[in-house]
Design a protein around this ligand. Sequence first.
Ligand code: FRU
Length: 326
Amino acid sequence: REQPKQLTIGFSQCTGADNWRKTMQDNMHRELSFHPEIDFLIMDAKGQSSEQIKQIDELIAKKVDLLIVSPNEAKRITPIVEKAYQTGIPVIILDRRTMSDGYTAYVGAENIEVGHTAGLYANTVLKGKGNIVEISELPGSSADIDRHKGFIEIISGFPGLHLIAKLDGDWDKFSFENQLTTLLKGDKKVDFIYCQNDRRALSAFEICKKLGLEKRIKILGVDGLNGKNEGIDLVSRGILNATIIYPTGGEESIRTAINILYKQPFKRENRLQSTLIDSSNVRIMKLQNEKVIAQQQDIERRQAKIEEQRSISENQTTIIYAISLT
Ligand code: FRU
């Protein structure tokens, strides 16, 4: 029997260490399970732009049929992505962006919009008046640049809101502990902390708690993952006041890749929706998530069954073939 042509999708992931990225990859694998003819090659740059540049170069040299890139830092990753694109490899940019439009398609939510939502939420809960501290994503990533930009665009329209500091959040959970503690103990009363992701929002909460300030200070995170100690759970337990769901785009990136590979129509800009979750809608969100998980488990069970049937029927064909030869 003729085997379908093997195609390879290379994926350059800026870092695979956190749950948001793991969810992204799980979603990619789930979608890929419908396409056994596709090889999927993930290279994890572990948060290092220099490593990501090398890995994309390797994927170009391997002549992958399509490249998906989630860029670490926007500026540093731009030239190598342009190189891949110029070589003729279709390129999908996923989640974070580069600084050029040299790509075949983009999949992700709009980070400027995340910043806008955060600014409007801060204004609502602070009733137009208060001091804010922002804790960033990886500095220099498009998520950091745009989440900040969108936030400033909104709060600058409200004269009573003041961003008194922007701290760098990195992979060490408590890297900003000393700086935040000093600010919290300082002259300016901090009313609101805008964390560009939920991991840091949880760390910020723990730092506030040490100082007995966790009830007074409002905390907003971003990501809104499902699962224990993730955004939705933290909002439902009242640890965070709100989170903004930032979809990973894992499934959509693979669907777009398939359309490109099979010369089907595809959208160049695939903007995913981000949504604010606070105490008013967290319950319904949890219920909906539980339903989605149940459906996903159902799909996985069905696929396992189909796989089992396929291997039984392949074995039977081999036996019949062997008998007919004797
Ligand atoms: C995970 C992450 C998320 C964030 C996204 C932005 O690596 O930091 O928390 O929303 O990347 O690119």
